[in-house]
Ligand binder design. Structure first.
Ligand SMILES: NC(=O)c1ccc[n+]([C@@H]2O[C@H](COP(=O)([O-])OP(=O)(O)OC[C@H]3O[C@@H](n4cnc5c(N)ncnc54)[C@H](OP(=O)(O)O)[C@@H]3O)[C@@H](O)[C@H]2O)c1
Length: 247
């Protein structure tokens, strides 16, 4: 797929930054939305040096749902048409806190699920009208099955994956493609506090999987690819055994 005009939401995420660098090398035009505008401005300079033909930035806290439509219209005003919208923001909530305090769970759902669905609602309407485009969303392998140690995050990501599946079918006749990118463990600021091991990947590895998945119009991208087999096994474990697993 030919990608030139790219909107990145949650653009300060480590995975988003690594992906933006790859698209900069392809001389794409980029519009970066994120919370920290000073960090966005730094990234803007870096991406221009790396070859991006144009980089614009704007602030967006994704929990301010009322600002979503205007942010997407700003991208359309800049680009004329959006070829690719990549949604990257997320948070890894404290499971123990979320299971005892609904406000914490709600915050996790707002960041990881409902904000994404709100953004997709506006983006899909615009892309249907232009009869062209690709929506790519970073979800997680955690969404494939609810583990007792991480099920609030898993439920939020799983909600988005299921939403994307339906949206993909709805947008298919309108020439709009939907890619669900499901990383495993990635060494980023979000997971800085966790011990690392053999299954861990770098943001650069995930970025390459995003670019390939979009170019090849994949539906679901496990990143790295071996997670497809791990999650196949995890999904096959019978529930009477799975409920006893402390992971
Ligand atoms: N790291 C992993 O192991 C892993 C695995 C599977 C999936 N993922 C997913 O990958 C995506 C990227 O995360 P990452 O690993 O690259 O971590 P990261 O570097 O910590 O990025 C997370 C980003 O989300 C942004 N964010 C959080 N709340 C926000 C809000 N209310 N409004 C706007 N932006 C907000 C943060 O903004 P600030 O920079 O302003 O804090 C940060 O840039 C996330 O969707 C995450 O769930 C990560």
């Amino acid at each position: 797929m030919d990608v030139k005009n790219i909107l990145i939401i949650g653009a300060n995420s480590a995975i988003a930054k690594a992906t933006a660098r790859l698209y900069a090398q392809e001389n794409c035009r980029l519009f970066l939305l994120g919370r920290d505008t000073a960090a966005l401005a730094q990234q803007q300079q870096d991406l221009l040096i790396r070859g991006a033909s144009e980089v614009n930035i704007a602030p967006l806290d994704v929990t301010h749902f009322a600002l979503h439509e205007a942010a997407i219209d700003q991208a359309l005003d800049l680009f004329g048409q959006i070829d690719l919208a990549l949604i990257c923001h997320g948070s890894l909530p404290d499971q123990i806190r979320c299971q005892d305090d609904f406000d914490a769970a709600l915050e996790a759902f707002n960041i990881n699920a409902l904000s994404v669905i709100s953004l997709l609602t506006h983006l899909s309407a615009r892309m249907m009208a232009q009869r062209h485009g690709c929506l790519a969303v970073i979800t997680s392998v955690a969404g494939d099955r609810g583990r007792q140690s991480n099920y609030v995050y898993g439920a939020a990501k799983g909600m988005v994956s299921r939403y994307l599946q339906g949206l993909r079918g709805r947008l298919f006749p309108h020439n709009v493609h939907v890619v669900d990118i499901r990383p495993g463990f990635v060494d980023t600021p979000m997971t800085a506090h966790l011990p690392k091991g053999a299954l861990w990947a770098s943001p650069e590895q995930i970025a390459q999987a995003v670019v390939n998945g979009v170019a090849k119009r994949r539906h679901t991208v496990y990143a790295p690819a071996f997670w497809r087999f791990i999650m196949l096994i995890v999904r096959c474990i019978p529930e009477f055994m799975f409920k006893r697993l402390k992971f």
